[in-house]
Design a protein around this ligand. Structure first.
Ligand code: NDP
Ligand code: 8X3
Length: 253
């Protein structure tokens, strides 16, 4: 029987790469969620071309009522979610904490922390009831230590680490596994979003270093979910070879 995987933020970057990775592995049905109808239709069509069954769900993880509606209205054959990938997230801005934009902070906190909590709260009880399940949270190296001008984003990813650890503690008596995958520099739409569409500034983030790709992270996600049932990959830090931490990056000039 196929496993059901729900991936948030599946319309781009790491989320989309995870969708294709699960689809190519075979044995998975995918619930792909996103908030942009055109992008969601596009990724759904491309994943379906692999022969995988896909259910697209259009909602914003920040809007709790929409999350509730989406999960409560799942068709019966899609209800038993085996794997939740809490991936939807973003950074906005790169400036000192005393100069950041209030609205950027709210968006990061509402998406990266509260959106992840919304989906966890709605999906995990079913996993506990069925006695099987796996939650993968996409954290970040940014959650390990603050870097200059990134304090609020780093704080949201530190929160992801603490919430992942907390959930693992709360589920220790159950077979449900919990994993924090913490990537370093991954070339996706992330920096375009962070710099509010300044693509030149975004491309400079990846200059002089070969960054990770969404596929590199999807490989780790798949590995964690396919580990034997008695193995819980609790946390994985994945860095580009020339990145040593959130703030130490060696660049070829
Ligand atoms: P992308 O911008 O390429 O993808 C982010 C995805 O999240 C998009 O599908 C986006 O949808 C979705 N999303 C954002 N906000 C919401 C929301 N409120 N509701 C629903 N979906 C939303 O970036 P990445 O793939 O790089 O980012 C994925 C995750 O990986 C994030 O949590 C990020 O923090 C984390 N990460 C990224 C790293 C990197 O260097 N790229 C490194 C470490 C962690 P839309 O297109 O509609 O905005
Ligand atoms: C994304 C990686 O280092 O740009 O979480 O914050 S970083």
């Amino acid at each position: 029987m196929s496993k059901i995987v729900l991936i948030t933020g599946a319309t781009s970057g790491i989320g989309a790469a995870c969708a294709f990775r699960f689809a190519k592995a075979g044995g998975y049905d995918l619930i792909l969620t996103g908030r942009n109808a055109r992008k969601l239709e596009d990724v759904t069509a491309r994943v379906k071309e692999t022969g995988c069954r896909v259910l697209p769900l259009l909602f914003d993880v920040r809007v709790r009522e929409s999350c509730i509606r989406a999960v409560e209205q799942l068709p019966s054959e899609w209800r038993e979610i085996d794997i939740l990938v809490n991936n939807a997230g973003l950074a906005l801005g790169l400036e000192p904490e005393f100069e950041g934009r209030f609205e950027d902070w709210d968006t990061m906190i509402d998406t990266n922390i509260k959106g992840l909590l919304n989906m966890t709260r709605l999906v995990v009880p079913g996993m506990v009831e069925r006695g099987r399940g796996h939650v993968i949270n996409i954290g970040s190296v940014a959650g390990d230590a603050a870097y200059a001008n990134g304090g609020v984003y780093c704080a949201t990813k530190a929160a992801v680490k603490t919430l992942t650890d907390g959930l693992r503690l709360d589920l220790a008596a159950t077979p449900v596994r919990v994993t924090n995958v913490k990537p370093g520099l991954v070339e996706t739409n992330f920096s375009n979003v962070r710099f509010h569409g300044d693509t030149q500034r975004a491309s400079r983030v990846y200059e002089g270093i070969e960054p990770l790709t969404g596929d590199d992270i999807a490989d780790v996600v798949l590995y964690a979910t396919q580990a034997p049932a008695h193995v819980q990959i609790a946390e994985v830090l994945v860095l580009a070879t020339h990145q040593a931490s959130g703030s130490v990056i060696h660049r070829e000039s």
